[in-house]
Design a protein around this ligand. Structure first.
Ligand code: IPD
Ligand code: CA
Ligand code: CA
Length: 269
Protein backbone atom coordinates (compact mmCIF):
# COMPACT_ATOMS: atom_id res chain seq x y z
CA UNK A 1 0.00 0.00 0.00
CA UNK A 2 1.37 3.39 -1.05
CA UNK A 3 0.65 6.89 0.30
CA UNK A 4 -0.96 7.58 -3.08
CA UNK A 5 -3.43 4.70 -2.53
CA UNK A 6 -4.46 6.11 0.85
CA UNK A 7 -4.92 9.56 -0.70
CA UNK A 8 -7.18 8.18 -3.41
CA UNK A 9 -9.16 6.02 -0.97
CA UNK A 10 -9.71 9.09 1.23
CA UNK A 11 -10.92 11.13 -1.75
CA UNK A 12 -13.32 8.35 -2.74
CA UNK A 13 -14.61 7.91 0.84
CA UNK A 14 -15.16 11.66 1.29
CA UNK A 15 -16.93 12.14 -2.02
CA UNK A 16 -19.15 9.06 -1.46
CA UNK A 17 -20.04 10.12 2.10
CA UNK A 18 -20.88 13.69 1.06
CA UNK A 19 -22.96 12.67 -1.95
CA UNK A 20 -24.71 9.94 0.04
CA UNK A 21 -25.44 12.46 2.79
CA UNK A 22 -26.96 14.92 0.29
CA UNK A 23 -29.07 12.09 -1.15
CA UNK A 24 -30.39 11.28 2.35
CA UNK A 25 -31.32 14.94 2.95
CA UNK A 26 -33.19 15.02 -0.37
CA UNK A 27 -35.12 11.88 0.55
CA UNK A 28 -36.10 13.41 3.92
CA UNK A 29 -38.27 15.92 2.03
CA UNK A 30 -40.75 13.11 1.30
CA UNK A 31 -42.39 10.44 3.52
CA UNK A 32 -40.01 7.58 4.32
CA UNK A 33 -40.69 3.95 3.50
CA UNK A 34 -39.89 2.31 6.89
CA UNK A 35 -39.86 -1.43 7.66
CA UNK A 36 -38.93 -3.48 10.74
CA UNK A 37 -35.83 -5.69 10.62
CA UNK A 38 -36.10 -7.83 13.77
CA UNK A 39 -38.48 -5.71 15.86
CA UNK A 40 -40.19 -2.31 16.11
CA UNK A 41 -36.93 -0.96 17.59
CA UNK A 42 -34.82 -2.19 14.67
CA UNK A 43 -35.73 -0.10 11.63
CA UNK A 44 -34.56 0.09 8.06
CA UNK A 45 -35.75 2.50 5.36
CA UNK A 46 -35.62 2.38 1.59
CA UNK A 47 -33.06 5.21 1.88
CA UNK A 48 -30.62 2.98 3.85
CA UNK A 49 -30.66 0.52 0.95
CA UNK A 50 -30.54 3.18 -1.77
CA UNK A 51 -27.60 4.96 -0.12
CA UNK A 52 -25.65 1.73 0.38
CA UNK A 53 -26.20 0.69 -3.24
CA UNK A 54 -25.05 4.13 -4.42
CA UNK A 55 -21.85 4.00 -2.34
CA UNK A 56 -21.03 0.36 -3.17
CA UNK A 57 -21.52 0.90 -6.90
CA UNK A 58 -19.20 3.93 -6.90
CA UNK A 59 -16.49 2.06 -4.99
CA UNK A 60 -16.64 -1.09 -7.09
CA UNK A 61 -16.62 0.89 -10.34
CA UNK A 62 -13.19 2.19 -9.37
CA UNK A 63 -11.94 -0.74 -7.26
CA UNK A 64 -13.62 -3.90 -8.60
CA UNK A 65 -11.34 -6.20 -6.57
CA UNK A 66 -11.88 -4.56 -3.19
CA UNK A 67 -14.11 -6.11 -0.54
CA UNK A 68 -17.30 -4.61 0.87
CA UNK A 69 -18.66 -5.05 4.38
CA UNK A 70 -21.93 -3.10 4.41
CA UNK A 71 -24.74 -3.18 6.93
CA UNK A 72 -27.52 -3.75 4.42
CA UNK A 73 -25.65 -6.52 2.63
CA UNK A 74 -26.46 -5.12 -0.83
CA UNK A 75 -23.48 -7.08 -2.10
CA UNK A 76 -22.76 -10.59 -0.92
CA UNK A 77 -19.17 -11.54 -1.80
CA UNK A 78 -16.66 -13.45 0.28
CA UNK A 79 -13.87 -11.38 1.85
CA UNK A 80 -11.51 -14.37 1.83
CA UNK A 81 -8.13 -13.40 0.39
CA UNK A 82 -9.27 -9.78 -0.12
CA UNK A 83 -6.69 -7.30 1.22
CA UNK A 84 -8.62 -4.03 1.03
CA UNK A 85 -12.12 -3.86 2.51
CA UNK A 86 -14.57 -0.93 2.59
CA UNK A 87 -16.71 -0.97 5.73
CA UNK A 88 -19.93 0.96 5.20
CA UNK A 89 -22.89 2.04 7.29
CA UNK A 90 -25.03 3.97 4.79
CA UNK A 91 -27.19 5.49 7.54
CA UNK A 92 -25.96 5.02 11.08
CA UNK A 93 -28.71 6.10 13.47
CA UNK A 94 -31.69 5.02 11.36
CA UNK A 95 -34.09 5.54 14.30
CA UNK A 96 -32.90 9.17 14.55
CA UNK A 97 -33.18 9.51 10.76
CA UNK A 98 -36.83 8.41 10.93
CA UNK A 99 -37.85 10.29 14.09
CA UNK A 100 -35.64 13.37 14.40
CA UNK A 101 -34.40 13.71 10.83
CA UNK A 102 -30.97 14.56 12.29
CA UNK A 103 -28.24 12.94 14.44
CA UNK A 104 -27.60 10.29 11.80
CA UNK A 105 -24.45 9.91 9.67
CA UNK A 106 -22.88 8.13 6.72
CA UNK A 107 -19.87 6.09 7.89
CA UNK A 108 -17.19 4.75 5.53
CA UNK A 109 -13.87 3.12 6.48
CA UNK A 110 -11.11 1.41 4.53
CA UNK A 111 -9.18 -1.45 6.12
CA UNK A 112 -6.04 -2.82 4.46
CA UNK A 113 -4.75 -6.20 5.70
CA UNK A 114 -6.87 -5.69 8.84
CA UNK A 115 -5.51 -2.24 9.64
CA UNK A 116 -7.76 0.81 9.52
CA UNK A 117 -6.28 3.29 7.06
CA UNK A 118 -9.11 5.72 6.20
CA UNK A 119 -12.14 6.68 8.30
CA UNK A 120 -14.88 9.11 7.25
CA UNK A 121 -18.03 10.07 9.15
CA UNK A 122 -20.33 12.64 7.52
CA UNK A 123 -23.17 14.34 9.37
CA UNK A 124 -25.37 15.79 6.58
CA UNK A 125 -27.73 17.83 8.75
CA UNK A 126 -24.83 19.82 10.27
CA UNK A 127 -22.55 19.54 7.22
CA UNK A 128 -19.77 18.20 9.46
CA UNK A 129 -17.16 15.92 7.93
CA UNK A 130 -14.84 13.95 10.20
CA UNK A 131 -11.95 12.20 8.50
CA UNK A 132 -8.76 10.39 9.48
CA UNK A 133 -5.89 8.74 7.63
CA UNK A 134 -3.59 6.31 9.44
CA UNK A 135 -0.47 8.16 10.59
CA UNK A 136 -1.77 11.51 9.33
CA UNK A 137 -4.23 12.55 12.04
CA UNK A 138 -7.96 13.14 12.41
CA UNK A 139 -9.83 16.22 11.21
CA UNK A 140 -13.21 17.92 11.52
CA UNK A 141 -14.04 20.01 8.45
CA UNK A 142 -10.31 20.18 7.70
CA UNK A 143 -9.26 21.23 11.22
CA UNK A 144 -6.87 18.87 13.03
CA UNK A 145 -8.22 17.11 16.11
CA UNK A 146 -6.09 16.25 19.13
CA UNK A 147 -7.12 14.90 22.52
CA UNK A 148 -5.47 16.08 25.74
CA UNK A 149 -3.44 13.58 27.79
CA UNK A 150 -5.10 14.72 31.03
CA UNK A 151 -8.75 14.13 31.91
CA UNK A 152 -10.59 13.10 35.06
CA UNK A 153 -13.82 11.17 35.45
CA UNK A 154 -15.49 14.03 37.31
CA UNK A 155 -14.93 16.34 34.31
CA UNK A 156 -15.87 13.70 31.71
CA UNK A 157 -19.01 13.54 29.56
CA UNK A 158 -19.58 9.85 28.87
CA UNK A 159 -21.77 8.36 26.19
CA UNK A 160 -23.29 4.90 25.83
CA UNK A 161 -25.55 3.02 23.48
CA UNK A 162 -26.67 0.56 26.14
CA UNK A 163 -29.92 -1.26 25.40
CA UNK A 164 -31.84 -1.86 28.64
CA UNK A 165 -32.24 -5.54 27.80
CA UNK A 166 -31.48 -8.94 29.36
CA UNK A 167 -27.91 -8.86 28.08
CA UNK A 168 -27.24 -5.61 29.94
CA UNK A 169 -28.71 -7.13 33.13
CA UNK A 170 -26.82 -10.43 32.72
CA UNK A 171 -23.44 -8.78 32.18
CA UNK A 172 -24.11 -6.16 34.86
CA UNK A 173 -23.64 -3.32 32.35
CA UNK A 174 -26.91 -1.68 33.43
CA UNK A 175 -25.66 -1.24 37.02
CA UNK A 176 -22.12 -0.39 35.87
CA UNK A 177 -23.40 2.41 33.61
CA UNK A 178 -25.37 3.86 36.51
CA UNK A 179 -22.18 3.93 38.57
CA UNK A 180 -20.26 5.55 35.70
CA UNK A 181 -23.03 8.17 35.50
CA UNK A 182 -22.63 8.95 39.22
CA UNK A 183 -18.85 9.40 38.87
CA UNK A 184 -18.74 11.52 35.72
CA UNK A 185 -20.09 14.95 34.78
CA UNK A 186 -22.92 13.54 32.71
CA UNK A 187 -24.15 10.63 30.63
CA UNK A 188 -25.44 10.92 27.05
CA UNK A 189 -27.18 8.54 24.65
CA UNK A 190 -27.35 9.85 21.07
CA UNK A 191 -28.39 6.61 19.29
CA UNK A 192 -25.75 6.86 16.56
CA UNK A 193 -22.53 5.00 17.35
CA UNK A 194 -20.48 6.48 14.50
CA UNK A 195 -21.45 10.04 15.47
CA UNK A 196 -20.78 9.33 19.15
CA UNK A 197 -17.32 7.97 18.33
CA UNK A 198 -16.59 10.93 16.03
CA UNK A 199 -17.55 13.19 18.96
CA UNK A 200 -15.07 11.37 21.22
CA UNK A 201 -12.38 12.05 18.57
CA UNK A 202 -13.41 15.72 18.55
CA UNK A 203 -13.38 15.98 22.37
CA UNK A 204 -17.11 16.78 22.47
CA UNK A 205 -17.59 13.57 24.43
CA UNK A 206 -14.87 11.89 26.52
CA UNK A 207 -15.83 8.22 26.27
CA UNK A 208 -18.23 5.87 24.52
CA UNK A 209 -19.31 2.47 25.86
CA UNK A 210 -21.23 -0.26 24.02
CA UNK A 211 -21.85 -3.91 24.79
CA UNK A 212 -22.24 -4.84 21.16
CA UNK A 213 -21.49 -3.07 17.91
CA UNK A 214 -21.19 -4.32 14.36
CA UNK A 215 -18.07 -3.61 12.25
CA UNK A 216 -19.89 -0.90 10.23
CA UNK A 217 -20.94 0.91 13.44
CA UNK A 218 -17.37 1.34 14.77
CA UNK A 219 -15.27 0.98 11.56
CA UNK A 220 -14.64 4.67 10.83
CA UNK A 221 -15.10 6.06 14.36
CA UNK A 222 -12.36 3.85 15.68
CA UNK A 223 -9.80 5.23 13.19
CA UNK A 224 -10.88 8.81 13.99
CA UNK A 225 -10.38 8.28 17.73
CA UNK A 226 -7.03 6.52 17.38
CA UNK A 227 -5.72 9.23 15.07
CA UNK A 228 -6.90 11.92 17.50
CA UNK A 229 -4.83 10.23 20.23
CA UNK A 230 -7.59 8.21 21.95
CA UNK A 231 -8.01 4.52 22.73
CA UNK A 232 -10.48 1.96 21.32
CA UNK A 233 -10.63 -1.62 22.63
CA UNK A 234 -13.18 -4.21 23.63
CA UNK A 235 -14.66 -3.64 27.12
CA UNK A 236 -12.15 -6.14 28.57
CA UNK A 237 -9.21 -4.33 26.95
CA UNK A 238 -8.77 -6.78 24.05
CA UNK A 239 -7.86 -5.35 20.65
CA UNK A 240 -10.69 -4.82 18.16
CA UNK A 241 -10.75 -6.85 14.92
CA UNK A 242 -12.26 -4.75 12.17
CA UNK A 243 -14.60 -7.51 10.93
CA UNK A 244 -15.92 -8.87 14.26
CA UNK A 245 -19.00 -7.79 16.17
CA UNK A 246 -18.35 -7.05 19.85
CA UNK A 247 -18.18 -4.59 22.71
CA UNK A 248 -16.44 -1.22 22.45
CA UNK A 249 -14.69 0.97 25.00
CA UNK A 250 -13.61 4.17 23.25
CA UNK A 251 -12.07 6.94 25.25
CA UNK A 252 -9.92 10.01 25.49
CA UNK A 253 -6.51 8.81 26.81
CA UNK A 254 -6.73 10.41 30.29
CA UNK A 255 -9.60 8.23 31.58
CA UNK A 256 -9.18 5.05 29.50
CA UNK A 257 -7.32 3.01 32.16
CA UNK A 258 -9.73 4.05 34.90
CA UNK A 259 -12.76 3.12 32.79
CA UNK A 260 -11.21 -0.20 31.78
CA UNK A 261 -10.45 -1.12 35.39
CA UNK A 262 -13.94 -0.07 36.38
CA UNK A 263 -15.55 -2.23 33.64
CA UNK A 264 -13.38 -5.25 34.38
CA UNK A 265 -14.04 -5.09 38.09
CA UNK A 266 -17.80 -5.15 37.60
CA UNK A 267 -18.89 -6.92 34.42
CA UNK A 268 -19.63 -10.67 34.33
CA UNK A 269 -18.64 -12.01 30.95
C1 IPD B 1 -27.30 1.47 15.45
C2 IPD B 1 -26.82 2.77 16.09
C3 IPD B 1 -27.01 2.71 17.58
C4 IPD B 1 -26.30 1.51 18.19
C5 IPD B 1 -26.77 0.23 17.54
C6 IPD B 1 -26.58 0.29 16.02
P1 IPD B 1 -28.19 1.65 12.91
O1 IPD B 1 -27.05 1.47 14.06
O2 IPD B 1 -25.47 3.00 15.83
O3 IPD B 1 -26.49 3.87 18.19
O4 IPD B 1 -26.60 1.46 19.55
O5 IPD B 1 -26.04 -0.85 18.08
O6 IPD B 1 -27.07 -0.90 15.46
O7 IPD B 1 -29.05 0.43 12.97
O8 IPD B 1 -28.92 2.89 13.21
O9 IPD B 1 -27.36 1.71 11.67
CA1 CA C 1 -25.21 1.30 12.48
CA1 CA D 1 -27.31 1.54 9.48
Amino acid sequence: MQQEDMKQWLEMAVSCAKEAGQLSLKRLKHPLDVTYKTSASDLVTAVDLEVERFVVERILNTYPNHGILGEEGTIDRSLKGVHTVWVIDPIDGTTNFVHQKQDYVVSIAVYHRGEGVVGVVYDPSRDELFHAVRGQGAYLNGKRLGLPEQMSMERALVCTSIFWNQEAVKTGLDRTIQEVARRCRGLRVFGCAALEMAYVAAGRLDAYISLSLNPWDFGAGRILIEEAGGKVTRLNGDPVSFDKKGSILASTPGIYEELLEFMNGRLNW
